[in-house]
Design a protein around this ligand. Structure first.
Ligand SMILES: Cc1ncc(COP(=O)(O)O)c(C=O)c1O
Length: 460
């Protein structure tokens, strides 16, 4: 380099994202900064902070989509500015939502197929609230027609996801969560008669228990409710919480009868962002027929020059997830969903078989018959010298996030771990997980934990 060139270069101010002044200070944590900043620098610093999060692909506690195709990213990007509630402004997005509702109504055997009613939501929680509300209103109308009291409604269920406890509290409905005894993981049909009464707005059956992954027996529950109706006259409907299972059973458990083919099933919710494989932020609730959703719950809103019928807890919502859901329906079809769910199930079976060979573990759910997952406990927690919480902590050092938590009542003393196999959890990842899990179990056996933790590290 000539002297001339060297001098010229020394005059140029060196520029780099990390030499920018805001990169030299702690980022503001509680107050807005006074000054505007360079977008690239801020983007990089925010990205850097996100490294502290766990790696979502190794999060085996979640049911939600963590593997996303580039085409989905493109569609999400294209629709980032679309509000799905503006149906008048974005009629084609509204049409796409309508098509998704029809596709699901067909998949779940609604007798009204293309014409029944349903909607997208932000997830299964909102969908469950809407399903629960419809049950409450239908019950109230029946009671009013009979000139009977509409006080003290209740619903009956097995171990349910937290959204149903929220529904109970927010909408003032008593939850009767049937406790599980030592030989069961979900509600049994013979338990219904002790919990249902004339104020029961519905029975919620879970297809894919959050706690263990098992399916509750919807057909058996419907039969038991038939008997109850014949004996008492109470016509108690079923809502199926198919957050995960409603996107699995139609493809890989095709002989299972659980959906609208059972007349008593009046509504079904599912998470598009779980086994529907859409990106986070979409759920679905579909009613068996139009008549099953009380008209009074539908708002016709005058908005931006149009009449919008809405039934939702939120108003504005991003449209991208719905568009991506439709993309998945078209891209995968029955063939693709079946292939992916089958692969997940066989990986879960493989994992279950390997875990069954580990002495210290007792398998509660081996991946057969429910969603692609496994659930297990320590055989004898009192003698192992460590808890599953300790195992979760050790596995976290390898990046794996595996939830430990107590079973619901009456089995809260049993701490379990659940591993979810979803699209993108490959057989090879499971090999690596098993390698780490065996190693850490060995470590804990040889190094018992003095103050073994019994913390609640995971909330449903
Ligand atoms: C059975 C069940 N219902 C409802 C939900 C809530 O779903 P979301 O997270 O889509 O709101 C979950 C979530 O795990 C679930 O497993």
């Amino acid at each position: 380099m000539t002297l001339h060139h060297y001098e010229k270069r020394a005059e140029v101010k060196f520029e780099d994202l990390y030499t920018n002044s805001i990169s030299q200070i702690q980022l503001p944590k509680n107050e807005l900064p006074e000054k505007i900043s360079d977008p690239q620098v801020i983007r990089q610093l925010v990205c850097d902070e996100l490294f502290m999060d766990g790696n979502s692909r190794q999060n085996l506690a979640t049911f939600c989509t963590t593997y996303i195709e580039n085409e989905v990213r493109d569609l999400m990007d294209l629709s980032i500015d679309k509000n799905m509630i503006d149906k008048d402004e974005y009629p084609q997005t509204a049409e796409i939502e309508r098509r998704c509702v029809s596709i699901l109504a067909n998949l779940w055997h609604s007798p009204e197929k293309e014409d029944t009613i349903g909607c997208s939501t932000t997830g299964s929680s909102e969908a469950a609230m809407l399903g629960g509300l419809a049950l409450k209103w239908q019950w109230r109308k029946r009671r009013e027609a009979q000139g009977k009291s509409t006080n003290n409604p209740n619903f009956v269920c097995g171990p349910v996801q937290i959204c149903w406890h929220k529904f109970a509290r927010y909408f003032d409905v008593e939850i009767r969560e049937v406790p599980i005894t030592s030989d069961q993981l979900g509600i049994r049909s013979d338990q219904l008669k002790d919990y249902c009464d004339e104020n029961t707005i519905g029975v919620v059956a879970t297809l894919g228990s959050t706690f263990t992954g098992i399916y509750e027996p919807v057909q058996e529950l419907a039969k038991a409710l038939e008997v109850i109706q014949n004996e008492t006259g109470w016509d108690i409907p079923i809502h199926v919480d198919g957050a995960s299972g409603a996107f699995i059973a139609p493809f890989i458990q095709r002989n299972l009868i659980w959906d609208f083919s059972i007349p008593r099933v009046k509504s079904i919710n599912a998470s598009g962002h779980k086994y529907g494989m859409a990106p986070l932020g979409v759920g679905w609730v579909i009613w068996r027929t139009v008549a099953d959703l009380p008209k009074e719950l539908i708002f016709n809103v005058d908005y931006l020059g149009g009449q919008i019928p809405t039934f939702a807890l939120n108003f504005s919502r991003p449209a991208g997830q719905i568009i991506a859901q439709y993309y998945n329906f078209l891209r995968l079809g029955r063939e693709g969903y079946t292939a992916i769910q089958n692969d997940c199930a066989s990986t879960a079976h493989y994992l279950g078989k390997q875990l069954a060979k580990i002495d210290s573990l007792e398998l509660l759910y081996d991946g057969y018959g429910g969603i692609p997952a496994v659930c297990y406990a320590l055989k004898d927690e009192n003698t192992t010298g460590f808890s599953l919480y300790d195992l979760s902590d050790r596995l976290r050092m390898h990046g794996w996030q595996i939830a430990s938590y107590p079973l619901p009542s009456n089995r809260q003393t049993i701490i379990v771990q659940r591993i979810i196999i979803r699209h993108g959890v490959s057989r090879d990842m499971v090999f690596l997980l098993l390698r780490d899990l065996r190693k850490e179990l060995e470590h804990l056996k040889n190094n018992p934990v003095m103050n073994s933790t019994n913390k609640v590290s995971f909330h449903h």
